[in-house]
Design a protein around this ligand. Sequence first.
Ligand SMILES: CN1CCN(c2ccc(C(=O)Nc3n[nH]c4c3C=[N+](C(=O)[C@H](O)c3ccccc3)C4)cc2)CC1
Length: 309
Amino acid sequence: PLYDLTAGKITDQKLPEIPRDNLRLSEQLGQGAFGEVYKGFLSGMSGTEREVAVAVKTLPPLCNEQTELDFFMEAYIIRKFNHPNIVRLLGVCFDDHPRYIVLELLAGGNLKSFLQESRPSENKPSNLIINDLVDLARDIAAGCSYLEKNHFIHRDIAARNCLLTTKGPERVAKLADFGMSRDVYRSDYYRKEGRAFLPIKWMPPEAFTEGIFTTKTDVWSYGVVLWEIFSMGCMPYPGLNNTEVMNFLHIGGRLVAPHSCPQPLYELMLSCWMHRAEERPDFDYILQTLNTISQDTATMLQHPPLVQI
Ligand SMILES: CN1CCN(c2ccc(C(=O)Nc3n[nH]c4c3C=[N+](C(=O)[C@H](O)c3ccccc3)C4)cc2)CC1
């Protein structure tokens, strides 16, 4: 398969400590789950005199032991990975407060917002063509395939958790949030109170009814990400709440094809949403299917996506 050979083995390396005075924080990028995310500049990197632009996640100085452990665990998880479609960890400042996690800067923001911003408007066609959407889908599938090969279940694959290196045509999409897998990783019997916190619209029936999570859980979620991409960032199951979605799926209901979605892509989505997990494809198959679609129908995919108003 066209698997990215620059991916590396998952390793259990210790977290590299970055000297705090090599780091300079600048503007805030967003509000994280428990801290803020800032743009920053890192100096003294091996061999480079210039400062490197980075993203810095901060932990509020006043927080409990549990939150601190979550923060550490996220860094520990990301550090294990080495793949072009997974955000890279550069180091941590854990010697003192405030604690920092220093990550690769993905300056394009999250995938869902990018898709929404790229929708055509009455007097401006979208600047994206269908092949751009297929490229985004392939990036995420490559990251997921790496996790699958390393027997890592993400549990929260969604467009909101993917980030772009840039909004421009050279954009690369990456998996960048491991909060859900972190919570479970830390305590095997971790149960989120009720279902309020679970991403029900991205989960397969066996996950929200029996709490069963396998790599096929991520495949189902990836199918929803495909739908998000080709609907240019719509909310799945528009108008339905979580309970209605669970019932809808239970009676065999599924998301309808987005307006500009080529048939082979919608068929791929539907295969990710097979009720029986073992009938869903693996990410290698998904990646190959996307590569085929991208190559075979490059001509057909040249028009911009039409989105229902
Ligand atoms: C006009 N637009 C407005 C939005 N803008 C942004 C908005 C947000 C970002 C941003 O957070 N970039 C990040 N780079 N690396 C990491 C980031 C977040 N991380 C995290 O770990 C965060 O927890 C995370 C993870 C996944 C998704 C969101 C947040 C690691 C960059 C540009 C571009 C210009």
